[in-house]
Design a protein around this ligand. Structure first.
Ligand SMILES: C[S@@+](CC[C@H](N)C(=O)[O-])C[C@H]1O[C@@H](n2cnc3c(N)ncnc32)[C@H](O)[C@@H]1O
Length: 485
């Protein structure tokens, strides 16, 4: 069902009724960035103190802060919601908050359909949600044609996986709440919420969540209207009255009519910014990307390696000044085998259960399965193992670069489909940033490979082996990347 929606002009009334104080600032439409917070005064500050103007732009009382604790408080007032929250098993703060917001969405739609049941207690968020934008450019909300624009970028797999996860979450919520008659009626029989609402709420949560010093991960009305800049003029904090406040940064200068901004973080990559906020600021985004690393398809230990490693096998590459750094703990486990001294054993534990244990050179290293970079250091053939790792990393970057290049698109391309300009521009900016990192990474790995191939232990190893005795040596010597498994 379409969200009811309130005009941003109604925000001052909502703020007044709910005790939010605005001083010398207002929320208004900005050019290309949705709503933003605008200064109504000229303000000069020096590096240490605010010398003129108001010290607090916005003050939000603690009772409006939405986090897991606030959802629990709300559940104390509404026994039906408590039942729903418990049925959903409090899987995470995010899950609790999204469930609360889903219910508020349904309650808001009831305003337009007063015949619906009186289940659910409205609260300030029921109305505030209606003031939030209904269009966001985070890729989980892109149409299918627009998501194709991400082919060859690091977001291609991440966005597909996130959309699948959101569909599964929504199905689970639907199943749980359908078993509770009152919620079945409010949420589903009335048709008041849909999968689109769930995806939108997830996007609103991700793009508006703040990390507060005391209250932790929270959504804060009104302060979530502040846009990002690489040269921010404000920051948020919690004061001694437990309010969340927006304050000018020392050294910030503002003219009346200037937009007030904060920093959403300067270590987030372009992909992370696009994924979480629906835009990339090339002046502040970190030049880095994270890729998924697949184990060798013909590795008989692949499954055991994945289980023992525990986390998702990833590769992180980043430009650091003039050099490129990479990190991939799984790549080290991926590149060593039984003949090198790796072993997996299934052992009986004291409770009669079975445990997969990892051994390296006969030492039990199960707890260090993500630390093979350090574990191989003392091995005489560590340079050879490093060469294998560098080779597969370089190959992964080459494959990614090839895909990124082959999927480049331009506005005038026939067959582009029905895509919005914002999505096309964001996807192509991401592609350009990532291609730059990949090209530099491949170059720097080539240098690493050359120096490893010149390592005396590698040379001795390759020289000692009879060509017929080992396929591996032949392949290593001929630098055939794909055969290093
Ligand atoms: C916390 S909200 C800020 C308020 C938001 N503009 C609105 O209309 O409600 C974060 C969202 O604002 C937009 N945004 C913030 N900073 C931006 C920037 N520098 N460039 C483009 N969009 C920006 C993005 O849509 C982002 O997801």
């Amino acid at each position: 069902m379409p969200r009811p929606g309130l005009l941003i002009e109604e925000l001052p009334i909502w703020a007044h009724l709910n005790g939010v104080k605005f001083t010398g600032v207002k929320v208004a439409n900005t050019e290309g960035r949705g709503y933003g917070v605008i200064s109504e005064n000229t303000l000069t500050t020096d590096e240490d103190t605010v010398t003129l103007g108001t010290p607090t732009f916005i003050a939000v009382p603690h009772n409006l802060v939405l986090n897991a604790a606030a959802v629990d408080e709300y559940a104390k007032e509404d026994k039906n919601f408590k039942q729903l929250l418990e049925a959903a098993e409090h899987r995470s703060s995010r899950a609790d908050i999204l469930l609360f917001l889903l219910v508020q969405t349904a309650l808001a739609s009831r305003v337009n359909h007063p015949s619906h049941s009186s289940i659910g207690v409205s609260n300030p968020w029921t109305e505030y949600l209606q003031l939030l934008p209904g269009t966001l450019f985070v890729p989980t909300l892109w149409h299918e044609d627009e998501r194709l624009l991400l082919r060859g970028t690091s977001l291609e797999a991440a966005v597909s996986a996130k959309v699948s996860a959101l569909v599964a979450e929504f199905d689970a919520i639907q199943q749980i709440s359908s078993d509770i008659p009152c919620w079945n009626e409010v949420l589903w029989e009335s048709g008041s919420v849909s999968l689109r609402d769930w995806i939108l709420l997830d996007a609103l949560y991700r793009s508006r969540c703040l990390e507060l010093p005391r209250s932790g991960e929270s959504m804060v009305p009104c302060i979530d209207m502040v846009n990002h800049s690489a040269s921010p003029t404000a920051y948020y904090d919690e004061n001694s009255k437990d309010e969340v406040v927006l304050l000018p940064r020392p050294g910030a200068g503002l003219l009346a009519g200037d937009e007030i901004t904060i920093s959403y973080g300067d270590t987030k990559s372009g992909a992370e910014m696009l994924f979480s906020y629906g835009f990339i600021d090339p002046t502040s985004a970190a030049e880095s990307l994270t890729l998924v690393l697949e184990p060798f398809p013909d590795d008989p230990l692949a499954r055991a390696k994945l289980v023992a490693f525990g986390g998702a096998p990833k590769l992180h590459v980043a430009r650091d000044g003039s050099s490129v750094v990479w990190k991939s703990p799984f790549a080290y486990l991926m590149c060593i085998n039984e003949e090198d001294g790796l072993d997996f054993r299934v052992l009986q534990d004291t409770e009669g259960g079975q445990q997969l244990r990892v051994f390296w050179q006969d030492d039990d290293v199960t707890d260090r399965a993500d630390g093979f970079e350090a574990l191989i250091q003392s091995h005489p053939l560590s340079a050879l193992f490093q060469l294998r790792v560098v080779t597969i990393i370089q190959e992964r970057l080459e494959v990614q670069l090839g895909r990124a290049q082959s999927h480049q698109v331009a506005k005038q391309d026939p067959g582009l489909g029905d895509v919005r300009d914002e999505c096309l521009k964001a996807a192509e900016l991401l592609r350009q940033v990532e291609m730059g990192v990949l090209e530099s990474g491949i170059e720097s790995l080539e240098e690493e490979r050359s120096s490893l191939l010149a390592d005396k232990n590698v040379v001795a190893y390759l020289g000692l082996m009879e060509p017929a005795a080992s396929d591996l040596v032949e392949e290593e010597a001929s630098n055939e990347v794909e055969d290093f498994s």
